[in-house]
Design a protein around this ligand. Structure first.
Ligand SMILES: NC(=O)c1ccc[n+]([C@@H]2O[C@H](COP(=O)([O-])OP(=O)(O)OC[C@H]3O[C@@H](n4cnc5c(N)ncnc54)[C@H](OP(=O)(O)O)[C@@H]3O)[C@@H](O)[C@H]2O)c1
Length: 350
């Protein structure tokens, strides 16, 4: 029997944590050692995630301090942080400072997405909780960065993941002008567990509306990460929308080609960019979110007309856009197959 690598989760009652629990339960090489909750410590995890009752048995949430103690004792190979931005950095700093063999950390929050701490502080409007740790984290969609350049990793946000999957191959190709116009529609789980007026069911059901037009935090994040991945920092004009479904993102990215002849090359740009990726499919028809929800898959389609192009991308915000992408990073950092535990098909009809 092979020994599985013990991993823990911070922010255990959140939606992303729930998906991490599901993915760890399916993983051939990882085992859940601890799941931390500051609000429900001591309570059965299955009471929060009844869908996972069979996998979790009587596992209970631990206080975050106990997870830090387990890390200090060298009992954790990896820790997924699924807490809100601002809360993540100090928690991770405590974890990494405890003991001589700290775990590998993958953060789903925004705290380690900006290599320039001043940029983070200007976008988020508060001081960074652990600026000294920033160089220990890389942040990219795993498909866009080879190897393990740092000890720890941060995953881009969910809207950002969908945009970057479209934008980075285009920028690398040199066939497009470095300005993008993006419109994305997300399901309600994108806002996390705490209810807000805008995520309340009667507001959201059978409705569709934009929010924070040209002012969403993912635009500067995407500009920074697309620049780091391609060497060309684009301008990103982004209008997010709230969609009447629980999970999934549909992203439409448009822009101008550097020449009207370039359109014919776009399909091969994407085919080449994702030829070796088990999770990204380039399609002959526009993608649909039901074909990816519940899975770590991304599906995209590119079209062009004269000097304009459009790329449509669909992902599951909680999986490819958060827990699944984080698992790709954890797999890579811990020396597992990057796709381990991530190959389950989505259910389609949810
Ligand atoms: N939802 C998405 O689609 C998505 C996609 C990409 C990235 N993300 C990012 O992933 C992280 C988790 O997102 P989520 O949607 O799972 O959020 P969520 O449902 O709101 O859950 C976050 C969890 O973090 C813990 N928490 C809340 N405030 C905290 C604080 N001040 N200090 C420490 N822990 C705190 C809580 O768990 P306990 O009470 O159990 O500790 C909470 O349940 C966020 O940073 C989010 O931006 C989310």
């Amino acid at each position: 029997m092979t020994t599985r690598l013990p991993v823990a989760i911070l922010g255990g009652t959140g939606y992303v944590a729930g998906e991490l629990l599901r993915l760890i339960a399916l993983h051939p090489a990882l085992e859940l050692a601890a799941v931390a909750s500051s609000s429900r410590a001591g309570q059965p995890v299955a009471a929060t995630f009844p869908n996972l009752t069979a996998a979790l048995g009587s596992t209970a949430f631990m206080p975050p301090e106990d997870v830090i103690e387990a890390a200090a004792g060298g009992h954790l190979a990896g820790v997924f942080s699924a807490t809100p931005h601002g809360a993540a950095a100090p928690l991770i700093a405590g974890l990494l400072a405890a003991g001589d063999s700290p775990p590998t950390v993958v953060d789903a929050s925004a705290d380690f997405r900006f290599s320039d701490v001043a940029r983070y502080q200007s976008v988020y409007g508060h001081a960074h909780g652990a600026p000294e740790l920033q160089p220990a984290f890389c942040c990219a969609v795993p498909e866009h960065l080879d190897g393990t350049p740092t000890a720890h990793a941060a995953h881009p946000g969910c809207f950002a993941t969908a945009m970057l999957l479209a934008m980075v191959p285009l920028l690398r190709s040199g066939l497009v002008e470095p300005e993008f116009f993006a419109a994305g529609v997300t399901g309600s789980t994108g806002s996390g567990r705490s209810p807000l007026a805008t995520t309340h069911h009667p507001e959201r059901h059978a409705n569709l509306y934009a929010y924070k037009p040209l002012a969403h935090r993912h635009a500067p994040e995407v500009e920074t990460l697309a620049g780091a991945a391609s060497g060309i920092t684009p301008r990103v004009n982004f209008v997010p929308h709230s969609g009447p479904f629980a999970r999934g993102i549909h992203m439409t990215v448009q822009g101008r080609l550097t020449s009207p002849d370039a359109g014919g090359q776009l399909r091969s740009v994407f085919d080449a960019a994702y030829a070796d990726s088990p999770f990204v499919e380039v399609l002959d028809a526009p993608p649909r979110i039901k074909d990816v929800v519940g899975s770590n898959r991304a599906r995209l389609r590119v079209d062009s007309h004269n000097d304009r192009y459009v790329v449509m991308v669909v992902i599951d915000n909680l999986v490819k856009g958060a827990a699944g992408g984080a698992m790709q990073w954890m797999n890579r950092l811990l020396g597992c197959d990057e796709a381990a535990g991530l190959n389950a098909a989505g259910p389609a009809w949810i």
